[in-house]
Design a protein around this ligand. Structure first.
Ligand SMILES: Cc1cc2nc3c(=O)[nH]c(=O)nc-3n(C[C@H](O)[C@H](O)[C@H](O)COP(=O)(O)OP(=O)(O)OC[C@H]3O[C@@H](n4cnc5c(N)ncnc54)[C@H](O)[C@@H]3O)c2cc1C
Ligand code: FES
Length: 261
């Protein structure tokens, strides 16, 4: 199905895609890979997909996820079990096929000379492709609880060996908080993009309160259509209401109201 509203910056189609992997990486966190040659070729950092947890109509709506990796004709998502849709997804066996709508979301605008990418937990999925695109000119910082998250860290490091992992309990990684090492203030030409739970984003805002224009949030929001037609994903910004699915998902931290629900 092709989106006809002209809202999305690129074609948004529905595909039936074979699941090649669906593995548990930590408590409630999974990594799912689809054979998807066309989407893998087109995917850019900032893009996501809507995954329908079953091929029937229950649940009716797809669930949006960032494309965490795209390589060798495959795309992957890193997802957390939140409710019914993601619970159903976690039960899907390799070999099954699911309906996937994509690509949603605009490619991230990027003008930073030096990029810091910071993620809390499963938020890492939203920044991994950017790290791949920028290679050594971006640094990836990931925070996670610690014990029980070893497979999540291994997966990230298998794709980005220079990622810096921080664990709340200090059981492995580089220390117990990225806030001990993140450079502050952010100098000219440097940006920090972050994705994670609301408390993590709030902490970033506080940490960079002197350089708020260089701090960017990648935010998630419930979505219905994924291509700009339903207004189900609107966030309030300094430039008026914006749809996460076609105008985002990245917003300057001082321009977006995270707590508008
Ligand atoms: C652009 C975008 C990218 C995303 N990328 C990822 C990703 O890479 N990995 C990942 O794990 N998740 C991601 N999400 C969030 C993911 O879509 C939701 O967690 C998922 O839709 C929840 O579905 P569910 O059926 O399990 O939960 P539901 O049964 O729909 O909801 C359960 C509870 O969670 C709440 N909820 C539902 N959706 C969200 C949401 N988006 N944010 C916060 N609370 C929510 C509901 O209000 C409800 O209380 C992304 C969301 C967006 C918009
Ligand atoms: S999900 Fe429909 S407009 Fe964004």
């Amino acid at each position: 199905m092709m989106a006809e509203c002209g809202c999305a910056p690129h074609a948004v189609d529905d595909y039936i895609l074979p699941v090649t992997e669906n593995i548990k990486l930590a408590d409630r966190i999974f990594w799912m890979t689809f054979a998807a040659p066309e989407l893998a070729r087109r995917a850019k950092a900032g893009n996501g997909v809507m995954v329908y947890a079953s091929q029937g109509s229950d649940p009716m709506l797809g669930r949006p996820f960032a494309v965490a990796d795209a390589e060798s004709g495959k795309i992957s998502i890193c997802y957390m079990i939140i409710g019914r849709g993601t619970e159903l997804l976690s039960k899907v066996q390799p070999g099954a096929s699911l309906r996937v709508r994509g690509l949603i979301g605009a490619a991230y605008p990027d003008s930073a000379k030096e990029l810091l990418l910071a993620a809390g937990g499963v938020g890492v999925g939203a920044v991994m492709l950017k790290k791949k695109e920028r290679a050594k000119s971006a640094s990836l910082y990931v925070g996670m609880p610690g014990r029980g998250c070893e497979a999540l860290a291994d997966k990230i490091l298998s794709i980005h060996p220079d990622a810096k992992i921080y664990t709340d309990d200090g059981s492995f990684g580089e220390g117990n908080s990225m806030f001990n090492v993140l450079p502050r203030p952010l100098g000219e030409g440097r940006q920090l993009w972050c994705c994670g739970p609301p408390g993590f984003l709030d902490a970033m805002r506080l940490y960079y309160e002197r350089t708020p224009r260089q701090l960017y949030y990648i935010i998630d929001k419930r979505m219905a259509c994924g291509f700009g037609g339903c207004m189900g994903c609107v966030v309030e910004t300094a430039n008026g209401p914006k749809r996460v699915c076609v105008d985002g998902a990245m917003f300057r931290a001082d321009e977006v109201d995270l707590h508008d629900d």
